[in-house]
Design a binder for this molecule. Structure first.
Ligand code: SF4
Length: 320
């Protein structure tokens, strides 16, 4: 099922069934330096890759029906920025009809200044936008948006959305060492956050491989500083959820892992535990087979070995 992945363990949303509105091809108006989907040519404009809403809803219905364990959230978040899907509101309504599980949308928050985007998101139970900068220079360094005024629109959009939205509004602050984690910047960010009034502030870190190798995690001291300044909680990275209880053939398990990897890198040991749990014979050999067929490659990080898609950044669509 190409539009649905997981359930995965999300540090912010527990056991979450992922719904990708973009056919697994990165589709975004940002080019974040920490993006787990890699970077791409910001000048490129590919064909429309938006998923068909009926197909997405039907696949989510089937995935939820097959689940034997509780799912905490159905989360629209995948290979890009969900608010770029022209029928996001219809997708949320459709998912609502086929599941009683609450629906969340993870967004970069850059398009909330548009009324049609705020309306589309109004049906979600939780919206999780990002704010990582207190001024335009840092905003550019983090997200590399195009055009003038991106930072101002971003902040105003968050404020306007807060005024009208009745669901849970959880703001993500991604901290990158040496970019947005110094004392003065955090103070300025805290002033902005007070104006926006999110229900919660979630502090995240670039723990997985991303677009730029110079992007690293903040120190423990910086995390403490941020927690205090922003009244936030530090999100612990989610761990991959083994696909328990379902009968899979080995090929089906490998395809499910490839599908999840198109949306985010996974730790090698998590994938091994996933394979073991699914009853795959010789998990290490199965993992080697997965890498050998070329769609996935190994990347070493200080925090351990990861698997990432081999073509990170190769299929990249920028939309405005
Ligand atoms: S907004 Fe998300 S998908 Fe888009 S570039 Fe940034 S991290 Fe990647």
């Amino acid at each position: 099922m190409r539009h649905v992945y997981g359930p995965v363990a999300s540090g912010r949303l527990g056991r979450s069934l992922g719904v990708d509105p973009f056919l697994g091809v990165k589709t975004c108006n940002f080019d974040c330096t920490y993006c787990q989907l890699g970077s791409g040519d910001p000048a490129g404009r590919g064909p429309t890759r938006s998923a068909d809403v009926d197909e997405v809803v039907e696949q989510a219905r089937r995935a939820m029906a097959a689940e034997t364990e509780a799912v905490d959230w159905v989360t629209i978040s995948g290979a890009g920025e969900p608010t770029l899907h022209p029928e996001l509101g219809m997708m949320i309504d459709g998912l609502r009809r086929v599941t009683a599980t609450p629906i969340a949308v993870v967004t970069n928050g850059s398009r909330l200044h548009r009324r049609e985007v705020r309306e589309a998101l109004s049906g979600a139970d939780a919206v999780l936008p990002t704010l990582a900068a207190a001024e335009p220079g840092v905003h550019w360094l983090m997200h590399r948006p195009r055009g003038l005024g991106a930072f101002r629109r971003h902040v105003e959009g968050l404020r306007e959305f807060r005024e009208s939205y009745r669901g849970r509004f959880w703001l993500e602050v991604m901290l990158v060492a040496g970019v947005n984690d110094d004392r003065e910047h955090l103070k300025a960010l805290a002033r902005l956050v007070r104006r926006i009034r999110p229900d919660e502030v979630h502090i995240t870190r670039p723990t997985r491989p991303g677009a730029e190798s110079w992007v690293t995690e903040p120190t423990f001291a910086a995390l403490i500083r941020a927690t205090a300044a922003l009244h936030g909680v530090v999100v612990r990275p989610g761990r991959a959820v083994p696909a328990g209880g379902r009968a899979h053939d080995d090929e089906g398990v490998l395809e499910a892992i490839e599908g999840a990897l198109r949306r985010r890198p996974l730790r090698e040991r998590e994938v091994l535990s996933w394979l073991e749990h699914a009853g795959v014979d010789e998990p290490a050999a199965a993992l080697d087979r997965l890498v050998a067929r070329g769609g996935v490659r190994r990347v070493a990080r200080e925090s351990g070995a990861f698997l990432v898609p081999a073509r990170v950044g190769a299929d990249f669509e920028v939309r405005r």
